[in-house]
Design a binder for this molecule. Structure first.
Ligand SMILES: NC(=O)c1ccc[n+]([C@@H]2O[C@H](COP(=O)([O-])OP(=O)(O)OC[C@H]3O[C@@H](n4cnc5c(N)ncnc54)[C@H](O)[C@@H]3O)[C@@H](O)[C@H]2O)c1
Length: 396
């Protein structure tokens, strides 16, 4: 059983607490830190926490607390993690781990040197659909992964600090791209090095310094390509979709909008439909169990099990740091309009992986390029002559 101190009583702190207290869970949020007394008291009342304070260190150091959950604005993650290290408390931190890879690396090194458990709360790598898709990819159902695309777009975040570049550390690339990068990285293989990034970013709509729309390509050392599409200006709710393409197959996942639950209402019911939904009348696309469908349940189960068993969770501070390094390269690329290298002073995966090509043997003279039955009933094959390199076609 874990006794958790929640740092932050806002949007994600409440989603996390709903997940941790969900169903018949034995884990409890026992302490809450918030800036204002009113928010701390309200959260403590809502989640029956035995302790609340407006002093972060007091909450972290509380003797009843076995694990700390950082659910604070991005500029406060590092200070919160360092306090956990000081008090030797296991810590799980929301995304993005840092505002930059430099911050994330300091956090990673601090927990590792102190021997403190550090889990990265990347919920979208724990959705039921993602977990099933990843298992299929790992079993080889898609063959060699060539391309993994992830999209997270919505009409923009719900609190002022997100829109302030200094506190948030960036715009939608940092806020939403962190999910997309880690999703693609899981499918391509976490031990495959992300080497360079090409990014387009713009502030198309909102009166802010950071970007509100971006697209980026992340090149991996084995030749695979990751793609992210993020926006704070998308209209119509929250669009969370992934696509994976391999030599033997394809996966399309829709995690949130249009997942098979459609409802019409004239507007006489409640106001809340789903995260970032823009309307509560007309045809709506609610979500069955947001806490589960967004991955929070599986994520906390993995974190708590790993901590209790002395194991490593699927998402660690190291993963958070790699993601931050990819994001840093994306920001540089958006400025220079060039492919920018991913700078990873610490890298624990494979080195020097070469790009594979898949040649399908047809017979001793030819490689097979393509086989197809056409609409006029012909069974065609397209072959490449191994010696002359000539490409020919034949009817079977
Ligand atoms: N899917 C996800 O994993 C997900 C979703 C949303 C947010 N987040 C992350 O969670 C973190 C918090 O985001 P949120 O949506 O809960 O924001 P929020 O604004 O709803 O809540 C933030 C909390 O921190 C407190 N806070 C704000 N400024 C503070 C300050 N200067 N000092 C102390 N406390 C302060 C607020 O009072 C509030 O309790 C961010 O890092 C964000 O990226 C993750």
């Amino acid at each position: 059983m874990q006794k958790i101190a929640m740092l932050g009583s806002g949007f994600i702190g409440r989603f996390y607490a709903d997940s941790i207290h969900g169903q018949r869970s034995r884990d409890r949020v026992v302490a809450i830190y918030a800036r204002s007394e009113a928010n701390a008291k309200k959260f403590a009342e809502d989640y029956r926490c035995s302790f609340w304070a407006t002093d972060m260190e007091e909450v972290i150091a509380h003797p009843e607390v076995t694990m700390v959950c950082v659910a604070l604005p991005n500029n406060l993650h590092e200070a919160a993690v360092m306090l956990c290290v000081k008090h030797k408390k296991a810590v799980v931190c929301t995304k993005p781990l840092g505002r930059t890879a430099e911050e994330a690396l300091r956090m990673m090194q601090a927990v590792e040197e102190a021997g403190v458990f550090g889990g990265y709360l990347e919920d979208l790598c724990y959705t039921p659909k993602f977990l099933k898709a990843l298992a299929s990819v790992k079993e080889g159902a898609l063959g060699r992964i060539l391309w993994a695309k992830s999209r997270e777009t919505h009409p923009g975040p719900h609190s002022n600090w997100f829109w302030d570049k200094e506190q948030a550390g960036g715009g939608c690339i940092l806020d939403l791209g962190c999910h997309c990068i880690e999703i693609a990285r899981n499918f391509i293989g976490k031990d495959v090095k992300p080497v360079e990034v090409m990014c387009w970013a713009a502030t198309q709509v909102k009166p802010i310094d950071a970007e509100d729309h971006a697209i980026a390509l992340v090149k991996y050392e084995n030749g695979a390509i990751g793609q992210l599409e993020v926006s704070w200006t998308f209209r119509g709710g929250m669009d969370l979709r992934d696509e994976v393409m391999g030599t033997e197959g394809t996966i399309w996942i829709n995690n949130f909008l249009r997942t098979g639950f459609e409802m019409y209402t004239s507007g006489s019911g409640g106001e809340y439909v789903a995260e970032k939904a823009e309307s509560n009348t007309g045809w709506l696309f609610p979500v069955g169990d947001e806490v589960n469908d967004l991955g929070y349940n599986h994520m906390f189960t993995d974190m708590f099990n790993a901590y209790e068993e002395g194991a490593v969770p699927a998402e660690t501070f190291y993963d958070g740091y790699v993601v931050n390094a990819v994001i840093d390269a994306a920001y540089r690329s958006a400025q220079t309009k060039q492919w920018e290298p991913v700078v990873l002073p610490v890298w624990r995966g494979q080195e020097g992986v070469s790009q594979k090509t898949t040649l399908v043997e047809y017979d001793e003279h030819y490689y097979l390029i393509k086989e197809e039955v056409t609409h006029d009933g012909r069974h065609k094959i397209i072959l490449k002559d191994k010696q002359s390199q000539q490409i020919i076609e034949r009817d079977l």
